[in-house]
Design a protein around this ligand. Structure first.
Ligand SMILES: [Zn+2]
Length: 274
């Protein structure tokens, strides 16, 4: 399942194709949205933004196209007049004079007025986007102390989009490992320094995953591991998917546990102090 960094890459690709261009043709699969096909034709795409796993396309007509890919949605791109080879069902097409941005299989698509964006049922309840450039680490520390979040286990908090949007399963394990904290602890049990570490690691690891296309280990560690001949699956993460293998920091065997029905990986030694 794509997490924040993967959604942001899709948004980058979409920006390249659409931003600054006029839509010459718009298609919606859903009957309810058909009326917008004509309304949006000719509109210019101003910007594309992500909020967690939701993607927002802002148009100069004052409309914003909202889409959330859920588990199955996928963007394809093709030249004007052509379609990609896929068995999937087309849900939305945004055409410029040169290219097509095509969204397949996603079911959660809507057209909003500017004023409706913040009140959208999904957007209204999610927390700040972990990849938002304006999100500072101390804002995350403050959230960790918030009544709503501070009494919950980190493991469940880091999958809750109301706490931070854009974090999914692999980022959860990797952030908590980087912060050297036990996933079963609750923020209220931790000192300020540890909470600050968690906040900094949340930003550091998420941004790294974005710039390194899903790789959460540092560039220098990756270089070292690649020299040893390790495959991407082995050098990509510090702990995620590495149960039974040795921690790159302390050589303790990485453990896999299940929290909230989702697999979580940790180093029993590196993550034992806090
Ligand atoms: Zn370790």
């Amino acid at each position: 399942m794509p997490e924040g960094p993967e959604i942001k890459h899709a948004a980058d690709r979409l920006s390249n194709v659409l931003v600054g261009k006029h839509l010459v043709n718009v298609y919606f699969f859903t009957e309810r949205l058909k009326k917008y096909e004509i309304v949006l034709e000719g509109a210019k795409v101003n910007s594309i933004k992500t909020r967690g796993k939701a993607l927002l396309t802002y148009l100069d007509s004052g409309h914003t196209i909202y889409c959330h890919n859920q588990l199955y949605g996928r963007w394809y791109f093709s030249k004007a007049g052509s379609l990609p080879k896929t068995q999937r069902s087309l849900r939305m097409a945004l055409d410029t004079s040169a290219e097509r941005a095509l969204l397949y299989s996603a079911s959660d698509i809507d057209v909003l007025q500017a004023t409706e964006v913040d009140n959208h049922p999904f957007l209204a309840k999610i927390g700040p986007d972990v990849l938002d450039k304006e999100l500072a680490w101390n804002a995350i520390s403050t959230r960790l102390l918030d009544e709503k979040f501070t009494k919950r286990q980190l493991a469940s908090l880091f999958l809750d989009q109301r706490f931070l949007a854009g974090i999914g399963n692999y980022l959860r394990s990797e952030i908590l490992f980087d912060a050297q904290v036990n996933p079963l602890k609750k923020p209220k049990e931790l000192d300020r320094k540890t909470l600050n570490n968690i906040a900094r690691s949340s930003l550091k690891i998420s941004h790294r995953a974005y710039t390194q296309k899903g790789v959460t280990n540092s560039e220098s560690l990756v270089r070292r591991l690649r020299k040893k001949g390790l495959s991407r699956a082995r050098y990509r993460h510090a702990v995620f998917g590495r149960d039974g293998l040795k921690c790159y920091v302390c050589e303790t065997v990485i453990k896999k546990i299940s929290v909230g029905n989702r697999r979580l990986y940790l180093c029993p030694l590196c993550q034992s102090e806090n």
